[in-house]
Design a binder for this molecule. Structure first.
Ligand code: IPE
Ligand code: IPE
Ligand code: MG
Length: 248
């Protein structure tokens, strides 16, 4: 039986895949359980996806785990998610070591509860020498927050005469974003059948290929990631040019 994995052209892999992990609540509801049950079951999907990506040679995987707007959910769900994060990061550090994966995080990390922040920082430090893939958790992240704080830092630098406003171009602006050390994602995946971006990496996905699947996040497995990559490899990325110009 040929698998999706067999169909991937390893010479044309995306360097960076970003995922909006959505549908945990609905997954739990379908089973008559509380939403947090779905979040717990989303952990396996994270592990599988990280392993699948590292296995074939993806260099960056950015996972939307908690948005700025998610703070507005019922306090009990927010607390459960923060607790789950601590537990998961602690337990899965071994998975990161075994797969040579470096953990990183983007977002307003100061707004996280102390224990969550500490656990996260410990795992980031412990895995900092790993080279195969970077797994970037977007936590308390939203793109408008990121872009606004970049604008503020640029304004301050101008104010302090450290930056000439005439030198502000796209490259300079990007250097003020928290994703400055990562290439833009070539592929963005969203699970759960929603067709929206929900304030995720708005600047960075300017030319990303978008892939939507009805699968709910807790059901997402290695082959689902590979299927998305095969789909991505069938696309013609034109970047504004004509088809004739980009055919090699
Ligand atoms: C995604 O699942 C996880 C987070 C946003 C933290 P949801 O919790 O959004 O699940 P649905 O979309 O309500 O099914
Ligand atoms: C986006 O999912 C955020 C994460 C996956 C962490 P949401 O479930 O919060 O997005 P909306 O509210 O459906 O747009
Ligand atoms: Mg959702």
């Amino acid at each position: 039986m040929t698998t999706w994995k067999d169909k991937i052209d390893l010479d044309r892999l995306p360097k960076h895949i970003a995922i909006i992990m959505d549908g945990n609540g609905r997954w739990a509801k379908q089973r008559g359980k509380l939403r947090t049950f779905g979040h717990s079951h989303g952990v396996k999907a994270v592990r599988e996806t990280a392993e699948a990506a590292a296995e074939i040679g993806i260099r960056f995987l950015t996972l939307y785990a908690f948005s700025t707007e998610n703070w507005n959910r019922p306090q009990s769900e927010v607390n459960a998610l923060m607790k789950l994060l601590v537990k998961t990061i602690h337990r899965e550090t071994k998975t990161l070591h075994d797969n040579d994966i470096r953990l990183l995080a983007i977002g307003d990390l100061d707004s996280l509860p102390d224990v969550t922040y500490r656990e996260l920082n410990d795992a980031i430090k412990e895995t900092s020498d790993h080279k195969r893939m970077s797994m970037i958790l977007a936590l308390s992240y939203s793109s408008r927050w990121e872009i606004t704080q970049a604008a503020r830092k640029i304004a301050l630098a101008v104010n302090e005469n450290k930056l000439d406003p005439n030198t502000i171009d796209q490259k300079l602006f990007e250097s003020y974003l928290i994703t400055r050390n990562f290439p833009d994602p070539e592929l963005l995946i969203r699970t759960s059948g929603e067709y929206r971006i929900s304030n995720y990496l708005l600047w960075q996905i300017a030319y990303s290929e978008l892939y939507f699947t009805p699968k709910l996040w807790p059901d997402f497995r290695k082959e689902d990631l590979y299927e998305a990559i095969v789909d991505f490899q069938k696309r013609e990325r034109r970047f504004g040019k004509t088809s004739e110009q980009v055919i090699r």
